[in-house]
Design a protein around this ligand. Structure first.
Ligand code: SF4
Length: 279
């Protein structure tokens, strides 16, 4: 039997990753349904592994069924790279997602999980890490350990750089910066002064949005949250407007649900968000 213990901080990691078996119960997660077959059990065990505070409990028999491969797991494929979810969320970033872009030019970690030797071994077999992009100050977790282990270069915006003072590269100002042919850093100040998105590809692109934007599955909307804005919400709205003309196929946030957009749906979704927040 799976159950949730009193350590739960209601971060959402489990029910966003495995909504078939976990759900929000208000102050804590709840088990929505027990896994009934082996694929379902594997999914629930991965959610257990992703939990930042070991709040998901399974029986020893169930834990023995843990899938050998584990995290990271594939989420999206773009011609410029495959995107995987890393699991192993950190309490320091309140369970934020971190994403791995696997590509021949060198893999990229977008925001950072807690340090995990099994995850590090698996990332090594997938080609290691060349770059780490820190979208904003909240979700840096164990960035120093990951950077040291792989000799990876870290990017952070100068306005949030005190959260990772040893980062090798800092983006200054508000101009979009192409890192290479496939990756662009887009400053999106608002949630924090140094928030930025990372865009993979420019057609049917993958947008890693940190806490600037996320998908609300129940209401089927893109959310820009005033409640969780730590710096300047009017500035955040301006930063949302600056993304209207992108061609986005995938929104992969730090918190909240990820979402795939049909061709042309991104602009309509952002216009709905802007109409909502400006009301
Ligand atoms: S991942 Fe863990 S801490 Fe987060 S909501 Fe689920 S049980 Fe609670």
């Amino acid at each position: 039997m799976f159950r949730i213990n009193s350590r739960c901080i209601s971060c959402g990691t489990c029910w966003q990753f495995d909504p078939a078996h976990f759900a929000s119960g208000g102050d804590t997660a709840v088990v929505r349904e027990q896994p009934e077959d082996r694929p379902a059990l594997h999914q629930a065990l991965l959610a257990l592994e992703a939990c930042p505070v070991a709040a998901i409990v399974a029986s020893p028999e169930q834990r023995r069924e843990r899938p050998a491969s584990g995290f990271p797991v594939a989420v999206a494929h773009h011609p410029c790279g495959e995107v995987l979810y890393c699991g192993w969320a950190s309490k320091r970033s309140f369970g934020a997602c971190s994403w791995l872009i696997r590509r021949p030019e060198g893999n990229v970690l977008v925001d950072v999980p807690r340090w995990s030797a099994p995850l590090a071994r698996r990332i090594k077999t997938l080609g290691g890490l060349a770059l780490i992009v820190l979208t904003h100050r909240d979700d840096v977790a164990d960035h120093d350990k990951w950077a040291r282990a792989f000799g990876a270069e870290r990017w952070i915006h100068a306005a949030d750089a005190d959260a990772a003072p040893d980062a090798e590269r800092q983006l200054e100002g508000e101009a979009v910066l192409p890192i290479d042919e496939a990756l662009r850093l887009i400053p999106t100040p608002g949630h924090t002064a140094g928030s930025m998105c990372l865009q993979l590809g420019q057609q049917r692109s993958v947008l890693f949005s940190g806490d600037h934007l996320w998908w609300n599955r129940e209401q089927q909307v893109v959310v820009a949250s005033e409640r969780y804005c730590w710096w300047d919400f009017q500035r955040q709205i301006q930063s949302v407007k600056a993304l209207l003309d992108l061609d986005v196929a995938w929104l992969l946030p730090g918190h909240g649900h990820r979402h795939a957009f049909a061709e042309g749906a991104w602009r309509a979704a952002l216009e709905q968000t802007l109409a909502w927040v400006q009301r």
